[in-house]
Design a protein around this ligand. Structure first.
Ligand SMILES: Cc1cc2nc3c(=O)[nH]c(=O)nc-3n(C[C@H](O)[C@H](O)[C@H](O)COP(=O)(O)OP(=O)(O)OC[C@H]3O[C@@H](n4cnc5c(N)ncnc54)[C@H](O)[C@@H]3O)c2cc1C
Length: 343
């Protein structure tokens, strides 16, 4: 089973990032999201998570942890593969699957800071989908100000004893809040060196911010495509909505801004591949493109009229889903704070 996905609006400036191998991977990812995700999004929303076996299916297709080294179950490919996966996810309006957090954030921590035994233990299982991972930083009392976290890990023999609570944890399946009540964790599970967590967190921040910019750039394109399709068939006063000058001008603005976002994000990705992307450029991408997506979606809801408020329409779903992009991954205010420090 698959659902109808509107044709994208043609780009004004052709993209130059991808090779034939990337395109082949995109075809696999597209099929997966069109057939396994898109038709079931409503059900996933009701049950509040995707079906567990989809992690295994994604693993079988090589869609998880693709950038990890081959000896740990990955494909050793570049980060454009991660970008493609996110773009295809955004194209079908899927905000339910947390594959990217697992493959592009958690796996990197283990690969960058884990010892050989830890990499062997976790990465291959993550690549097959046997193991689903999350990263739990935010707590009920603190999010932006991570230095204020209260959870403690107290050494006790060969273990740490964890106490505290976490909230809003993507992939923290079926948990609204994660409680640690004297949870015993072997010291052998410590990633990197004790007391260095904050410094380790910094290493991949630019990339993590790009993940949100990528989702939002593609999200803008997807919402624009479905809106163009809608206004071309909906009629008022004997004409299509698309024929009104207001609609044409609005679409011209949204197409232009979406294209500008696309060029900036693609250029940032060129720098990601060379490991030259500055933290402030990534912060700018995260805040500007997520703000743009909120604006684009809002205008597109308006062009749908009352139907834009009905969850059967992708634009209404996008209106709800996109709001979180301005909050997680560091709020957009924190992005501006960080950019301002580099001036
Ligand atoms: C859908 C979703 C998924 C998430 N997934 C995860 C996850 O997987 N793992 C995880 O650890 N967390 C996750 N989070 C949490 C997210 O990272 C935090 O919500 C976010 O960092 C903001 O923290 P907070 O909610 O405590 O807001 P606060 O820090 O309380 O912020 C409230 C407001 O104050 C503003 N503010 C705070 N400090 C400043 C400042 N210095 N200057 C100006 N304004 C400021 C903020 O921008 C915001 O507008 C997720 C959140 C959501 C909504």
């Amino acid at each position: 089973m698959s659902v109808h996905i509107p044709q994208p609006v043609a780009p004004m400036i052709p993209r130059t990032l991808f090779t034939a191998d990337h395109d082949a991977f995109r075809a696999t990812a597209r099929r997966f999201f069109e057939t396994e995700m898109a038709p079931h999004l409503e059900r996933f929303e009701e049950q509040q998570h995707i079906d567990r076996n989809l992690w295994n299916k994604a693993g079988e297709l090589g869609l998880l942890c693709a950038t990890m080294p081959e000896q740990y179950g990955g494909s050793g490919v570049d980060r454009l593969y991660s970008m493609i996966l996110l773009e295809e996810q955004a194209r079908v309006g899927d905000s339910a699957s947390g594959f990217s957090l697992h493959s592009d954030i958690v796996a990197n921590y283990i690969n960058n800071f884990g010892n050989e035994a830890q990499k062997q233990q976790w990465l291959p299982k993550m690549a097959t989908g046997e193991c689903v991972t999350a990263i739990a930083m935010t707590e009920p009392g603190t999010g932006s100000d991570l230095q204020g976290i209260r959870t403690t890990a107290v050494a006790d023999g060969d273990d740490y004893i964890l106490n505290g609570s976490k909230i809003f944890i993507t992939n923290g399946y079926l948990c609204d809040m994660l409680f640690f009540d004297n949870v015993r964790v072997p010291k052998s599970n410590l990633l990197g060196m004790e007391g260095m967590g904050f410094i380790m967190l910094m290493k991949e921040l630019a990339w993590e911010r790009m993940l949100i910019a990528i989702i939002c750039a593609s999200g803008c394109e997807a919402v624009l495509a479905s809106t163009v399709e809608y206004v071309k068939q909906r009629k008022a006063f004997g004409k299509t909505i698309a024929s009104f000058q207001n609609t044409r001008f609005k679409l011209a603005e949204l197409r232009s801004e979406t294209q500008i976002a696309r060029v900036y994000v693609d250029r940032c990705m060129e720098l990601v591949l060379k490991e030259e992307l500055s933290p402030e450029a990534a912060c700018a991408a995260k805040y500007w493109v997520s703000d743009l997506m909120s604006r684009v979606v809002d205008e597109c809801v308006q062009l749908h009229g009352g139907y834009g408020f009905m969850l059967e329409y992708p634009v209404a779903r996008a209106y709800i889903d996109t709001r979180a992009n301005r909050i997680y991954g560091g709020t957009n205010e924190i992005m501006k704070e960080l950019i301002s420090r580099s001036i």
